[in-house]
Design a protein around this ligand. Sequence first.
Ligand SMILES: Cc1cc2nc3c(=O)[nH]c(=O)nc-3n(C[C@H](O)[C@H](O)[C@H](O)COP(=O)(O)OP(=O)(O)OC[C@H]3O[C@@H](n4cnc5c(N)ncnc54)[C@H](O)[C@@H]3O)c2cc1C
Length: 52
Amino acid sequence: MKTKHLIVGAGLSGLYTAYQLEKMGKDYLLLDARERIGILQEQKPHEKMVAI
Ligand SMILES: Cc1cc2nc3c(=O)[nH]c(=O)nc-3n(C[C@H](O)[C@H](O)[C@H](O)COP(=O)(O)OP(=O)(O)OC[C@H]3O[C@@H](n4cnc5c(N)ncnc54)[C@H](O)[C@@H]3O)c2cc1C
């Protein structure tokens, strides 16, 4: 996948950055050390997130 915007960490800051990029119509890739997003027990998958 090719993208100019790489977000490391799918916590609050990363998800907000992803939200802002989506609002601007920009593509991005979200990387996280874990296989889930968010800080608590959020299990909802994110289509642009890759666990590393
Ligand atoms: C139990 C609990 C309750 C809370 N309640 C509140 C509240 O009510 N109100 C409030 O304002 N704040 C609350 N907080 C604080 C709030 O969660 C944090 O301020 C906020 O999550 C910080 O966001 P962040 O994106 O900087 O970090 P995080 O949300 O911690 O996200 C960091 C992400 O980066 C990933 N990561 C870390 N290292 C790497 C790496 N090397 N490579 C790839 N990915 C990596 C982690 O897996 C994680 O998903 C709470 C925190 C906890 C633990």
